[in-house]
Design a protein around this ligand. Structure first.
Ligand SMILES: Cc1cc2nc3c(=O)[nH]c(=O)nc-3n(C[C@H](O)[C@H](O)[C@H](O)COP(=O)(O)OP(=O)(O)OC[C@H]3O[C@@H](n4cnc5c(N)ncnc54)[C@H](O)[C@@H]3O)c2cc1C
Length: 399
């Protein structure tokens, strides 16, 4: 545990997702008194993959779990943009040894449940009783000296700071920013995980592939040391009723959404377990520039929900975590630290939110000719290595 020169704080984190757990680990490591409250009765994550790029990997290194994440995940060779039909490569980003050399951290694809478990272990290793499950946060109240966090059916807690890491449906966001509905983006995404051994050899690719085509795109990459293949398929639907992340939908609907696609996509869909095809609606919010009151602040999807079209939503939550912890190292007064935190995070996260949203247009162009021409004008490797993956939340100057 490292010493902090600013006061040791009592800090309450609402939400035990990837963001909440990471901020808890960063703060516990500094010696703060931290509790995490998760509404779910049991800790866990949905069955889906997640990509951890070097910018987030540096935070994993900071809390001592980067090697574990790389070990239980998969290290893809390349990140490729491919056409939905013949699979021709439109752009490629090297992710192998060269990426690791350039950025000091690998690019890892990992099962969300595995990453979540690593983070839970990291938090509990720093404080065994830090996480409480079945604790649904309802609101907070501030006064001159601090903040009180209220729960559904549980006694309130007093603290110096509340961090809202309660995701896109954040109840605390409403209190800080007022009520505003998250908007349906027009897309819903299928998610499915397939055992690699159930796939024909031609479908056992070792890259992250983004398959782009009119009105939809798909993402494929291996997980768990290459024993699983992750599939995400984003499809435009003009209207869609609310759906749960965890209710399976008929396999035939997913198959029909990708009829005529590349044989690799067809093979993954064919191998998909029939009762385990999930689809969920993607929602978005316009970026805002204020995330905080005096003693409460937002992070991750609660602050800046991000479409998964750059695979950076969790990475932004993870970056937020370390920058917020570092801001508290610098400023003795909490409101000043929260100001510093959001001042240093608002532009970067807004850029990622905006570019992710713009990618929907790029990936889904109705004309393949226009789509090819648009990709030909881009330098995805230069762009992403340049400003996205190179960001170091552990050392970036906090002005
Ligand atoms: C299809 C898809 C693919 C994606 N792929 C990637 C990727 O490859 N890389 C990447 O970086 N990002 C990716 N993302 C984005 C990423 O999943 C999110 O940005 C990330 O999970 C946000 O983390 P969070 O901790 O802020 O919120 P969440 O993960 O939503 O966690 C919020 C937590 O708070 C809890 N909670 C909510 N309300 C309360 C309450 N009132 N009281 C107590 N607890 C509460 C919830 O139960 C949950 O555990 C993807 C997203 C999607 C949809």
């Amino acid at each position: 545990m490292s010493e902090i020169s600013t006061p040791r704080r009592r800090i309450l984190v609402a939400g035990g997702g990837l963001g909440g757990l990471t901020v808890a680990a960063c703060l516990l490591k500094r010696g703060h008194d931290v509790r995490v409250f998760e509404q779910a009765p049991q800790l866990g994550e949905v069955g889906a993959g997640i990509q951890v790029s070097a910018n987030a990997g540096r935070v994993m290194a900071h809390i001592g779990v980067a090697d574990r994440v790389a070990e239980i995940g998969f290290l893809p060779d390349q990140y490729r943009f491919r056409t939905f039909d013949d699979g021709s490569v439109l752009q490629a980003i090297e992710l192998g040894a060269r990426y690791r050399e350039t950025h000091g951290q690998p690019y890892v694809t990992i099962h969300r449940a595995d990453l979540h478990t690593v983070l839970v272990d990291a938090v509990r290793g720093l404080r065994a009783d830090a996480i409480e499950t079945g604790a649904r946060v309802t609101r907070f109240e501030e006064d001159e000296t601090g903040v009180t966090l209220h729960f559904d059916g549980r006694a309130s807690e007093r603290a110096d700071l509340v961090i809202a890491a309660d995701g896109i449906k954040s109840v605390l966001r409403e209190q800080i920013l007022g009520h505003a509905q998250a908007d349906y983006t027009g897309d819903a995404v299928w998610r499915v995980i397939v055992p690699m051994e159930d796939l024909p050899p031609m479908a056992r690719e070792t890259c992250t592939d983004i398959w782009v085509g009119p009105g939809r795109h798909a993402v494929t990459y291996p997980l768990r040391r290459g024993t699983l293949m992750n599939f995400v398929g984003a499809v435009e639907y003009p209207t869609l009723e609310a759906e749960s992340w965890t209710t399976p939908r008929p396999w035939e609907e997913m198959r029909d959404d990708f009829l005529g696609w590349n044989p690799m996509i067809a093979a993954i869909i064919e191998a998909a377990p029939r009762g385990e095809c999930y689809r969920w609606v993607l929602k978005n919010r316009t970026p805002v520039r204020n995330w905080s009151t005096r003693f409460a602040t937002l992070m991750g999807d609660a602050a800046h929900p991000t479409l998964p079209y750059m695979a950076q939503g969790a990475a932004m939550a993870i970056e937020d975590a370390l920058v917020l912890a570092r801001a508290l190292d610098i400023d003795a007064e909490i409101p000043a630290a929260l100001d510093r935190y959001q001042r240093n995070r608002v532009d970067r996260t807004a850029r990622v939110v905006t570019e992710s949203t713009e990618n929907r247009k790029l990936f889904h162009m109705p004309s393949m000719e226009d789509l090819r021409a648009s990709f030909a004008r881009r330098n995805m490797s230069g762009e992403r290595n340049g400003w996205l993956f190179s960001y170091d939340p552990a050392t970036v100057p906090l002005e």
